[in-house]
Design a protein around this ligand. Structure first.
Ligand SMILES: *Cc1c(COP(=O)(O)O)cnc(C)c1O
Length: 238
């Protein structure tokens, strides 16, 4: 199969799985957005996804993201899903659609400052380390409400919800509790009615576990391998 046939076939499987998971949990298909995680893949591969109708893409490295923003159609919505260093925010602040990986007040402060530069309000998610894994970024569930209250004071940032990277579980069912706990945390925070904060977005679920994440309330699923195939880090331009 050619690369475009492969992506088309993967996408139709993913689309069917998303529809099934929505039906199973009584949700509308339109409540879930597929973010095509295109990290390490070149522009021509991304364009194949674009031709199939995909418009939301996710990247985890600033340099790669800013280069792709330059190269690819303006109508693409770019999601920053990886760890973000404060000194690099300036390279993506103008165009990024949403930053999923905010996990400190200092980072939020920098994003706010850059957003002011470009006269925009940047939508963000708070990354929560639900399973307390040392290898992962994100704030603990306990710290999340307090961080959001502090961030809510920044006028050029809009907190839209929460994001998590679940553990790499051999059985995806093992992550169900991670997703349902993130959903509960989001409901608790929504109930606090914090000014300038909405909790309508839950970014959770990757190739191995996105159907379970949808059953537990995901509104954004981030799928890379399942769509584009295995990543070849050896050929990545950094
Ligand atoms: C790479 C990545 C994904 C996609 O992972 P796959 O298992 O390839 O679907 C999702 N979220 C984040 C934060 C990532 O870095």
């Amino acid at each position: 199969m050619s690369i475009n046939e492969e992506i088309a076939s993967n996408l139709s499987v993913i689309e069917a799985n998303i529809c099934n998971a929505c039906a199973k949990s009584g949700r509308d298909r339109s409540s879930v957005t597929l973010i095509a995680v295109s990290k390490t893949h070149p522009a021509d591969v991304i364009l194949e996804g674009y031709k199939l109708g995909l418009r939301s893409f996710g990247e985890n490295k600033v340099q790669e993201l800013s280069r792709k923003i330059e190269e690819l159609p303006d109508s693409i919505q770019w999601h920053m899903i990886g760890h973000l260093q404060r000194n690099k925010v300036k390279y993506i602040a103008q165009k990024v659609t949403m930053i999923h990986s905010v996990d400190s007040l200092r980072l939020a402060e920098t994003i706010n400052k850059e957003a002011v530069e470009y006269d925009r309000v940047i939508p963000i998610l708070i990354e929560v380390n639900m399973a307390g894994e040392e290898s992962k970024f994100g704030v603990s569930p306990d710290e999340t409400p307090g961080l959001i209250k502090s961030i809510s004071g920044f006028p050029n940032i809009s907190v839209k919800g929460l994001m998590t990277v679940a553990p790499n579980a051999p059985n995806p069912e093992d992550n169900r509790v991670v997703f349902s706990n993130l959903n509960k945390l989001s409901v608790d925070i929504a109930n606090e009615n914090i000014d300038n904060v909405t909790m309508n977005v839950l970014s959770m679920g990757m190739t191995g576990d996105y159907t379970i994440a949808i059953e537990e309330g995901a509104t954004l699923v981030r799928i890379g391998t399942g769509l584009f195939g295995q990543r070849d880090y050896g050929h990545t331009l950094q």
